[in-house]
Design a binder for this molecule. Structure first.
Ligand code: PGA
Length: 256
């Protein structure tokens, strides 16, 4: 069995001001050194990436962006390119359900972005997940299968890719998936990765759970065998709650 190192990423979304961003990053760095066996990532808004890159230098904390465009340069007012990001960060979240929903990103857009991220040397965190309506209609498996295959179309699998399984109904609602439900969906995503790139490659790819992860439910979720970390929204905006999720996950790793 390949030992997958869990990756916990804080998706700040459109929160914090400059001063708050600094305090949050410094607080996380202060506690990050004592953590072993878990990759720690902060994903602030674009305008704080430079600050995050400077502050985290030499620490265990890595930086990620929340989105990017797929072109390397050009007349695309307001957009940020993968090569720009590659100078400042290691990770980039792609295809978050809020981008799919509010900014009409399609599976084809996600695919272009994942390809471009890999070409620029970034590690994409590709988000997939069903809506409540889709789950209730029994379409979870079909939706996840479609999103995984379309998102990774024409891409050779590598462990640089991270997938985040985020059921849309669990994001920001305070109602996470049960650990069993999350484990089952992630198992399904891994099965599809196996169909794309073979089971050995699929076993090496980290698949996070995201959606209302808090210190109160982190251990139960992170102790599931298929779950390799978390994409954390609300709880990543507070040093204590974010670090508690990370520290609990690290604790679990020492037990296995
Ligand atoms: P949440 O967000 O933890 O606030 O539910 C998760 C996400 O959208 O990545």
């Amino acid at each position: 069995m390949t030992a997958r190192i869990p990756v916990i990423a804080g998706n700040w979304k459109m929160h914090t001001n400059l001063a708050e961003a600094r305090v949050l990053i410094e607080g996380i760095i202060a506690r990050s050194g004592a953590v072993q066996g878990v990759e720690q990532v902060v994903c602030p808004p674009f305008v704080y990436l430079m600050l995050a890159a400077e502050l985290t230098k030499g620490s265990a904390v890595k930086v990620g962006a929340q989105d990017m465009f797929w072109e390397r340069a050009g007349a695309y007012t307001g957009e940020i390119s993968p090569t720009m990001l590659a100078e400042l960060c290691e990770y980039v979240i792609i295809g978050h359900s809020e981008r799919r929903r509010y900014f009409h990103e399609t599976d084809a857009d996600v695919n272009r972005k994942v390809k471009a991220a890999l070409e620029a040397g970034l590690r994409p965190i590709m988000c997939v997940g069903e809506t409540l309506g889709e789950r209730q209609a029994g379409q979870t498996e079909a939706v996840l299968t479609r999103q995984v295959h379309a998102g990774l179309d024409g891409i050779s699998l590598s462990d640089r890719i991270v997938i985040a399984y985020e059921p849309v109904w669990a994001i920001g609602t305070g109602v996470p998936a049960t650990p069993e439900m999350a484990n089952e969906a992630i198992g399904l995503v891994r099965r599809e990765l196996g169909r794309i790139g073979g089971s050995e490659q699929a076993a090496a790819i980290r698949i996070q759970y995201g959606g209302s992860v808090t210190p109160a439910n982190a251990s139960d979720l992170m102790s599931q065998p298929e779950i390799d970390g978390a994409l954390v929204g609300g709880a990543s905006l507070n040093v204590d709650s974010f670090m508690s999720i990370i520290e609990q996950t690290a604790q679990l790793m020492t037990r296995t």
